[in-house]
Write a protein that binds this ligand. Structure first.
Ligand SMILES: *Cc1c(COP(=O)(O)O)cnc(C)c1O
Length: 424
């Protein structure tokens, strides 16, 4: 485990210049496969007698450096990268769960994740109870005999609710199920969920970590803390039919889940990250500590400014004194509250649409976490498939505008919004 600080790890972890040809930048290993020394070598790799690269769907040297770097910045024991955040979430859950299993999840989730849990996984016999995460006891109350995971976002997108991770972790420990935290919006710079009791951390690397809107990617970082031998996860203790009788927990101990994600999750579902995208995402990760600081500063200043504007009915940003999550933000996000701000214009739904259609620096985009500022009206776009009740529990009101505040000059961002307000 690295003893270096986060900003240093973000630049150096995983890249051994003595074995990578003395390169200062991480090389892109654009290859599908790796030459075996002989058939015995291949057999040893497949049977895990020796560790090494076999095929890029399973692993790749560029991806491995990204995995090691993410492990270092989140404080885990290992990581696996995927083609997208959604690929990470779907593969992560399908590697843990089977028909008949149950999840307890926060109702304030990214729209795609909400659909996976509420529509697609139930088709496979995996059900979810969604709870109001503002009361951690709701998680304990929703636990069933077949519950096998808790799933939350540390800073909900787009509700911006800051969760009391330690209190929820208390309930997951009592239920003896892994606590999975999607830390995409907060980023590892502002919050490390593992320090607050998370067993598994998930990221969409597409957002702040990649940071420049060029590449999709996702990751799972394992804290290595969960006891897979507690009787609830026989796939970890019994001989695996899917990997010639391997007993994961007996053979791999704390690293069981990381290996299962590769040997079964990536092998069978195939959501592998391209090495070129891993390289692009590594470029982003190197500057994440300075970027996220600027995103957070700009977002807080813009939120305070929005509160002063006549056209604005309400502003939601966890760093505002007026915010109901301010005390939780002080505890969990003391270094900054990231770059997402939501607000509602006094004139409601049509005005919100008009503002999103008018801004010039804020581009109308279904993404967050770009260095460039983005805007969207979720009720008419990203969240239109949800009914009004589902929209409300996801925190999406009819008038809500979501800003992903970039790192442009603050005065230009204010002027862009002022110009949009003037057309109302
Ligand atoms: C975007 C996002 C995802 C999905 O990630 P993709 O890379 O778009 O597949 C998951 N969770 C959160 C919080 C997100 O913002």
């Amino acid at each position: 485990m690295s003893t270096l600080k986060l900003a240093t790890n973000a630049l150096h972890a995983g890249h051994d210049v003595t074995t990578n040809g003395g390169t200062t930048a991480v090389p892109i290993y654009q290859t599908t496969s790796y030459v075996f020394k002989n058939s015995e070598h291949a057999a040893n790799l497949f049977s895990l007698k020796e560790l090494g690269f076999i095929y890029t769907r399973l692993n790749n040297p560029t991806n491995q450096i990204l995995q090691d770097r993410l492990t270092a910045v989140e404080g885990g024991i290992g990581a696996v990268v995927f083609a997208s955040g959604t690929g990470a979430i779907a593969t992560g859950l399908l590697t843990l769960l089977k028909a008949g299993d149950h999840i307890v999840a926060s109702s304030s989730l990214y729209g795609g994740t909400y659909n996976l849990l509420s529509v697609t996984l139930p088709r496979l016999g995996i059900t979810t109870t969604f709870v109001d995460a503002s009361n951690p006891d709701n998680f304990g109350a929703a636990v069933q005999e077949n519950t096998r995971a808790f799933f939350v976002e540390s800073l909900g997108n787009p509700k911006l609710d800051v969760l009391d991770l330690e209190a929820i972790a208390g309930h997951s420990k009592k239920a003896e199920v892994p606590f999975i935290v999607d830390n995409t919006v907060a980023t590892p710079v502002l919050l490390n969920p593992i320090k607050h009791g998370a067993d598994i951390v998930i990221h969409s690397l597409t957002k702040y970590i990649g940071g420049q809107g060029t590449s999709l990617g996702g990751a799972i970082i394992d804290a290595g803390t969960f006891n897979w031998a507690n009787g609830k996860f026989p796939e970890f203790t019994e001989p695996s039919a899917g990997y010639h009788g391997l007993k994961y927990y007996e053979t791999l101990g704390a690293a069981s889940y990381v290996f299962k994600l590769i040997l079964e999750g990536l092998r069978d579902y195939g959501a592998a990250l391209s090495p070129t995208n891993a390289f692009n995402i590594l470029q982003g990760l190197e500057t994440l500590p300075v970027r996220i600081k600027q995103h957070s500063e700009n977002a807080l200043a813009l939120a305070k400014w929005l509160e002063q504007q006549d056209e604005v009915a309400w502003v939601n940003y966890p760093g505002l004194e007026s915010n109901k999550y301010k005390s939780l933000a002080d505890k969990y996000l003391p270094k900054g509250q990231s770059g997402i701000v939501t607000f509602g214009p006094k004139k409601g739904f049509e005005a919100a649409k008009a503002i999103a259609d008018t801004t010039k620096i804020f581009s109308l985009v279904a993404n967050i976490g770009d260095t460039k500022s983005l805007i969207i009206h979720p009720a008419s776009t990203t969240h239109q498939q949800l009914n009004t009740e589902e929209q409300a529990s996801a925190g999406v009101t009819q008038d809500l505008i979501r800003l992903s505040v970039g790192i442009e000059d603050l005065e230009d961002l204010k002027a862009d919004l002022t110009a949009a307000f003037s057309v109302l």
